[in-house]
Design a binder for this molecule. Structure first.
Ligand code: MG
Ligand code: ZN
Length: 365
């Protein structure tokens, strides 16, 4: 009896299974495209393949970037030049259109367009910006400000007060509190509910969910000058605060000074900044691997210096760099993606598609 009963039960379950199985398969197929809850977007300013190789050599062959499996390339040209600047380069990422060199969050006709960070705020996500330069500099500015010229750093600082970005860590306090118009934007930010601290306070100890931590009046020191672990520490602090939002977050982290090593044709400057950025990437990736709902995207706005590695030794951690330019160059730069949606970033495409792909993953679920 028992055996008979079990057999019937098994037949029953199997028949249910036969009906359920195909529809659950269909359901699974429809959900094949994965969507991230959080996005961490890391930009290595001036970071081409040679800069990444320089960082690899300085780390004796190791590279956190080697942990990524979804890899692509982007074309970096701006609307008016084969060679982009960092304003047009970051604006291509932030608003998704090719614009002229020097533009900050505006299209080629100088019209403001909502940035991916502003769109994230609109959707109730938390947002943050971390950089190793003044926060009014072209790359971070392009995610939050809308100005016709990158040199308008006081106007860019004022644009920060018009947004609801949650966490800002970097330099540039001068443009907020020592302005030619006499305004003190630090007071404005405090009135808006932010905690605002300078370098006398250890930002990693802050308990606020909305804060600005200004580490410097202008830019941060170079790695050689002793910037230490700022980038990793600031990035992990931002993630810690932003990840408390159940809806998710968008965080942009810039390795700002790889570019400046390129402009000064200083291979050692480039390699040290690249190692620092790579370490930050590793720490962010560790967090994202634990979280499992985060897309980590790493790319560059352009290459700087036309750097080549003409000789070297990975064992001795040395190389001889040669430069073709003191400016940016027009070569494609790599894109590395990890996490839900990472597959969207393989292939060769225009820099503006970073915005298209990011917003589709974030907002067209
Ligand atoms: Mg930059
Ligand atoms: Zn540059």
């Amino acid at each position: 009896m028992n055996l008979f009963f079990l057999t019937l039960r098994q037949i029953f379950l199997t028949s249910i299974g036969l009906i359920v199985l195909p529809s659950s398969y269909l359901c699974h197929a429809q959900k094949a495209k994965a969507y991230p809850k959080n996005i961490i977007f890391l930009i290595g300013d001036g970071m081409g393949l040679s800069q990444i190789s320089a960082g690899m050599v300085y780390q004796g062959g190791d590279l956190q970037l080697a942990r990524f499996k979804s890899i692509g390339f982007i074309k970096t040209q701006s609307s008016d030049n084969f060679i982009t600047d960092s304003g047009a380069g970051a604006t291509a990422f932030s608003i998704g259109v090719k614009t002229y060199n020097g533009a900050i969050g505006v299209d080629s006709l100088k019209n403001s367009k909502p940035t991916v960070l502003e769109m994230a705020e609109e959707q109730g996500l938390s947002t943050g910006l971390v950089a190793t330069c003044a926060m009014t500099h072209a790359t971070p500015a392009s995610f939050i400000a809308h100005q016709p010229k990158r040199s308008l750093e006081e106007a860019i600082a004022y644009d920060y007060t018009k947004t609801d970005v949650d966490v800002v860590i970097g330099g540039g306090m001068h443009y907020f509190n020592s302005r030619t118009d006499g305004k003190n934007l630090i007071d404005t930010l405090k009135q808006k509910g932010y905690e605002v601290v300078d370098s006398t306070v250890d930002f990693s100890l802050l308990n606020s969910s909305k804060f600005y931590a200004f580490t410097n009046s202008y830019h941060l020191p170079t790695m050689k000058e002793g910037r230490g672990g700022f980038s990793e520490k600031a990035s992990l602090k931002a993630i810690d605060v932003l990840s408390k939002n159940k809806k998710g977050f968008f965080l942009m982290i810039e390795g700002s000074q790889i570019d400046w090593g390129g402009h000064s044709n200083d291979a050692d400057y480039i390699a040290r900044e690249m190692v620092d950025f790579d370490k930050t990437i590793g720490a962010v990736l560790d967090w994202a691997m634990r979280d499992k709902n985060t897309l980590v995207l790493v790319t560059a706005d352009h290459e700087t210096g036309g750097l080549a590695l003409n000789s070297g030794s990975i064992k001795n951690k040395t190389f001889t760099g040669a430069f073709t330019s003191k400016e940016h160059t027009g070569v494609m730069v790599p894109v590395f993606a990890y996490g839900p949606g990472a597959d969207s970033f393989t292939g060769i495409y225009e820099n503006t598609e970073i915005f298209t792909k990011l917003t589709e993953l974030m907002f067209v679920k």
